[in-house]
Design a protein around this ligand. Structure first.
Ligand code: 26Y
Length: 760
C-alpha cells in the first residue's frame, strides 16, 4: 500500500477522517480493501479449483479482509485517533445471508484457507437478493422477512461477462458478479456469483411470498425458496441449473484461456461439488463438451477425472432426488445425457439400488455424483464410515477407491483472530504468532496445563478473558432489552433448527431444571441458556420447538424464584455476525444431535477453539474432538451411533414407553401443555410438539434424556466447584483445536483430490 492509512482515507473521502460519517468511512475502507486485494491477484497457470456451492455463508467482510491484508491494527488505530470506531463502522455493513448453515459456512472457510495457502481456488454460486430470510420472533413464533444486502455499495461487483442459459427452453443471460477473497498474508481468489438482470425485488409481498412461476423475475430472490409445492421445487431446479450452466461455461472459458484443449480439462480444473445441489454440472459439462465436438464416452471420462463430490448428510430426506418429469420441464437439453448416464451406470452393476434413474423415474443426484466423479468424501471420520458401511455401502463395494474422509475445519482467522482478539493476543504472548498460519502450534499451550493444577497465573488470565467476553455479550444483549447475569454459566446451542439436532432435548432439560428449582433443588450455579436458530419456513415442528423455547423463556422470566437461577434466551435472526459475538462468551457448547445424524458439525470446533467445553453425543466431529482432548475434557452422553442404527433397523422404538416409564420425563413433557405454558403461549403449537414427542420422536430424544440431565448437571457442578480445573480443561480444548483448522482440511483435499500448486 502506498502512503499511510490516514492518507489513503483522506484521498478516498476528500476530507479529514474525523469529519467523515461512518457510512463514508465504510465506503472508503471498502474501496481501500478492493485496491489492496486486487494488487494480490496473480494470473493462474495450470490447474485451478472451482468449488461449486448453492451456499456461501461469508459473513461480514470488512474486518476479515483488513485482518487478512494486514491492515487491521493500523486502520483501528487511525480511526481511534480520529474519534471513530471500527466496530461501529462495521454496523453499517449488511451481512449477506447467502447460506443457511454448516455447508455454506464451510464453503466460506474453505475459500479463506485456499487463498491463505496461496492455492488457486475460486467459488461458484448464486447472487441471491434476499439470501435466506430474516427471522422475526416478536410475535412468539418465527416470521420470515426478506433480508436485503445488495446496497449500492457491496463487495460483489458486476462484470460485463454474461453466459446464455436455457431455462425450460427459454434463453436467459446469467451475469457474472465477482467478489474478492483475500487470504491471510496470501493470494486473492474470486467468489463468482451469477444472477439475472431481470430480477424484480418488488415481487416480494407479505413476508417472503412471491409468484414462483415468473422465473425471470424471481429466480434468485431467495436461497431455498419454500419447496412445499411444485412451483417451489421447480424453482429450485431452475436455480441449480442457472448456477451450474453458467459455472460450467465460465470454467471451460477460463481453462481454454489458460491453454486447455478441453481433452485435457482435468489438468486445468478440479471441480468440487458441494453436496448434491450442483450435481447437474456433470451432465451440463458433458453437454458442453459434446457441443465442442468431443464424443460422449470421452466427455464422461473427462468429467469424471475433473469432478469430485462431497456428501454432507445421511438423512434420507436431504439426499436430493428429482422426478424425471420435473427435470424434463426445466432442463430438457440434459435429459438424453442423464438417460445415457443411467444406461452406463446400469452397465457397471446389477444392483438396481445404485441406479441414476430408479424404477419410479426419480433421478438420484448423489448416485450420479458417485458414478461420474473420481472422489466421494464424507466430512468427519464417523460420517465417512457410516456412508461406507451403511448408507452408501453398495457404492463403496463397487468403487472402494473413490471413498475418502475429509474431516471439516474452520478458518482460525475469523473464528479466533477476528471474533476473539483478546484470546488471540494472549495466545500470541505465550507461544508467539506462528499459530495464525500453522494452527498445530496451539499444541504448545499444553505446557500451561501440564501439572494437575496447571499454570495458575496463565489459567486465571484465560478465565479473565472469558469473563470479559461474557460481560461484552451481556451488554450487547442488554442493548436488545435482554438482561443476563454474566456471572452465570453461559450454555449455548446455536445451529439450524432441526429435530435431529435436538434443541427439544435441551428444552426438556430446562423444564426439568425449572421443576427442580421450584422444589428447592437449585443448580450448582445460575445458568443462562442461549439459543439461536432459524427453522425452514415450511418445517412445522421446528417452528413449534422455537415457539416452545420462547414460551418457556417468558414463563421463567415472569417467575423470580426460578429466574434467579435459570434464564432462557432466544437470540433472533441467528447469523454469522451473531455467532462471532456468542462463541467467545460460551462456557458450555451444546452438540447434542442424535448419534449418526450430524455429519460433522463445525460450531463444535469454533466453541472449543474459543475455550468452551463440549456437552455432546458421540456424533460427527464430536468423536474426533473427544479423541483429541480425552474423555475428562468433554462431556459425552447418550446412545452410540451403532445403538441408534440398530434401533432404527429393529423398527421397534416406541417413544410412549419411555415417556411412561420415567416420571421426570413425563413431568417435563406434560409441562408443555400445562397451565403456565398455555397462559404464555399458543396451545396449537404446544400440543402438536407434545404429541410429536410422545407418539413419534423420530430422533429418539427420550432415550437420551436421563443421561443428558446427569451429564449436564455434572458440568454445572464442575464449573461451580472447580473453576481452576474448568479453565485448565478449557485451555486443553484450545490447545487441541489446531487439528480443526480448515487449512489442515484444505491441505488434505489438495493432497488427495485436487493436486494444485501454490502460486503467490
Ligand atoms: C436439499 C436442501 C433443501 C438442502 C439444503 C441445505 C439440504 C441440505 C442443506 C444443508 C446441509 C448442511 O448444512 N449440512 C451440514 O454440513 C456441514 C458441513 O459439512 C456439517 O458440518 C453438518 O453436520 C451438516 O449438517
Amino acid at each position: 500500500m502506498q502512503g499511510t492509512i490516514q492518507q489513503n482515507l483522506i484521498e478516498l473521502t476528500g476530507k479529514p477522517v474525523a469529519d467523515c460519517t461512518d457510512q463514508e468511512l465504510y465506503l472508503a475502507l471498502l474501496n481501500l480493501v478492493r485496491r489492496e486485494s486486487e494488487a494480490r491477484r496473480t494470473p493462474v497457470s495450470g490447474k485451478k479449483l472451482y468449488y461449486i456451492s448453492a451456499e456461501f455463508l461469508i459473513g461480514k467482510l470488512l474486518s476479515n479482509n483488513l485482518i487478512n491484508l494486514g491492515l487491521y491494527d493500523e486502520v483501528k488505530t487511525c480511526l481511534k485517533e480520529a474519534g471513530k470506531s471500527l466496530s461501529v463502522i462495521e454496523e453499517v455493513e449488511p451481512e449477506p445471508s447467502l447460506g443457511n448453515g454448516g455447508l455454506g459456512r464451510l464453503a466460506s472457510c474453505f475459500l479463506d484457507s485456499l487463498a491463505t495457502m496461496d492455492l488457486p481456488g475460486d467459488g461458484i454460486g448464486l447472487r441471491y437478493h434476499f439470501g435466506l430470510f430474516r427471522q422475526d420472533l416478536s410475535q412468539g413464533v418465527q416470521q420470515e422477512q426478506p433480508d436485503p444486502w445488495l446496497t449500492d455499495h457491496c463487495w460483489a461487483e458486476p462484470t460485463d461477462t454474461v453466459f446464455p442459459v436455457s431455462l425450460g427452453g427459454h434463453p436467459v443471460n446469467a451475469r457474472l458478479y465477482r467478489l474478492a477473497v483475500t487470504g491471510y498474508e496470501g493470494r486473492t481468489n474470486t467468489l463468482n456469483l451469477f444472477d439475472l438482470d431481470t430480477i424484480d425485488e418488488s415481487m416480494v409481498t407479505e413476508g417472503i411470498r412471491f409468484d414462483k412461476t415468473d422465473i425471470e423475475k424471481c429466480l434468485t430472490l431467495f436461497l431455498y425458496p419454500d419447496d412445499s409445492d411444485e412451483a417451489g421445487r421447480l424453482l429450485r431446479i431452475y436455480q441449480q441449473y442457472l448456477m451450474v450452466s453458467a459455472g460450467a461455461q465460465l470454467i471451460l472459458a477460463e481453462c481454454q484461456e489458460r491453454g486447455s484443449n478441453l481433452h485435457d480439462l482435468a489438468d486445468y480444473a478440479a471441480i468440487q461439488i458441494n453436496d448434491t445441489h450442483p450435481s447437474m454440472v456433470i451432465p451440463e459439462l458433458i453437454r458442453l463438451l459434446e457441443e465442442k465436438g468431443i464424443g460422449f464416452e470421452e466427455a464422461v471420462q473427462i468429467v469424471t477425472d475433473t469432478c469430485a463430490y462431497t456428501n454432507h448428510t445421511i438423512l434420507a430426506e436431504a439426499l436430493e432426488t428429482w422426478p424425471w418429469n420435473y427435470l424434463e420441464k426445466v432442463v430438457p437439453q440434459l435429459m438424453p445425457i442423464i438417460g445415457k448416464l443411467d444406461d452406463l451406470a446400469r452397465s457397471r452393476t446389477d444392483d438396481r439400488s445404485l441406479a441414476v434413474v430408479d424404477d419410479h423415474g426419480n433421478v438420484h443426484m448423489a448416485h450420479m455424483d458417485i458414478h461420474f466423479t473420481h472422489s466421494t468424501n464424507g466430512v468427519a471420520a464417523l460420517h465417512t464410515e457410516i456412508l461406507k458401511n451403511t448408507e452408501l455401502n453398495g457404492f463403496y463395494r463397487l468403487y472402494p477407491d473413490k471413498f475418502n474422509n475429509k474431516t471439516n475445519g474452520i478458518t482460525f482467522r475469523r473464528w479466533l483472530l477476528e471474533c476473539n482478539p483478546a484470546l488471540a493476543a494472549e495466545i500470541e504472548t505465550l507461544i508467539g504468532p506462528d499459530f495464525k498460519k500453522d494452527a498445530s502450534r496451539l499444541e504448545q499451550l499444553m505446557q500451561y496445563t501440564d501439572a494437575a493444577e496447571g499454570d495458575v497465573v496463565v489459567l486465571q488470565q484465560f478465565a479473565q478473558i472469558k469473563a470479559d467476553n461474557k460481560k461484552a455479550l451481556a451488554s450487547w444483549l442488554g442493548e436488545k432489552g435482554i438482561r443476563v447475569d454474566p456471572e452465570a454459566m453461559f450454555d449455548i446451542q446455536i445451529k439450524r433448527l432441526h429435530e435431529y439436532k435436538r434443541q427439544q432435548l435441551n428444552l426438556l432439560y430446562l423444564i426439568h431444571q425449572y421443576f427442580e428449582i421450584k422444589a428447592g433443588h437449585t443448580p450448582a450455579v445460575p445458568l443462562v441458556s442461549i439459543f439461536g436458530a432459524k427453522a425452514a419456513p415450511a418445517y412445522t415442528i421446528a417452528k413449534d420447538i422455537i415457539h416452545a423455547i420462547l414460551t418457556l423463556s417468558k414463563v421463567i422470566a415472569a417467575d423470580p424464584e426460578v429466574s434467579r437461577w435459570l434464564q432462557v434466551v432466544f437470540v433472533p435472526n441467528y447469523n454469522v455476525t451473531i455467532a462471532e459475538k456468542l462463541i467467545p462468551a460460551c462456557d458450555l457448547s451444546e452438540q447434542i444431535s442424535l448419534a449418526s445424524k450430524e455429519a460433522s458439525g463445525t460450531g463444535n470446533m469454533k466453541f472449543m477453539l474459543n475455550g468452551a467445553l463440549t456437552l455432546g453425543t458421540m456424533d460427527g466431529a464430536n468423536v474426533e474432538i473427544a479423541e483429541l482432548v480425552g474423555k475428562d475434557n468433554i462431556y459425552i452422553f447418550g446412545a452410540s451411533s451403532n445403538q441408534v442404527i440398530h434401533r432404527y433397523a429393529a423398527g421397534d422404538y416406541c417413544a410412549r414407553e419411555w415417556y411412561e416409564a420415567d416420571p421426570n420425563l413425563c413431568r417435563a413433557i406434560d409441562f408443555l401443555t400445562g397451565p403456565e405454558m398455555l397462559a404464555a403461549g399458543r396451545s396449537e403449537n404446544l400440543e402438536r410438539l407434545k404429541n410429536e414427542l410422545i407418539y413419534k420422536d423420530w430422533f429418539q430424544t427420550l432415550p437420551d434424556f436421563n443421561a443428558y440431565v446427569v451429564r449436564k448437571d455434572q458440568a454445572l457442578a464442575d464449573y461451580a466447584f472447580d473453576p481452576l480445573g474448568w479453565s485448565r480443561r478449557a485451555l486443553i480444548n484450545i490447545a487441541k483445536a489446531g487439528y480443526f483448522s480448515s487449512d489442515r482440511t484444505i491441505g488434505e483435499y489438495n493432497r488427495d483430490i485436487w493436486h494444485l500448486t501454490a502460486q503467490h
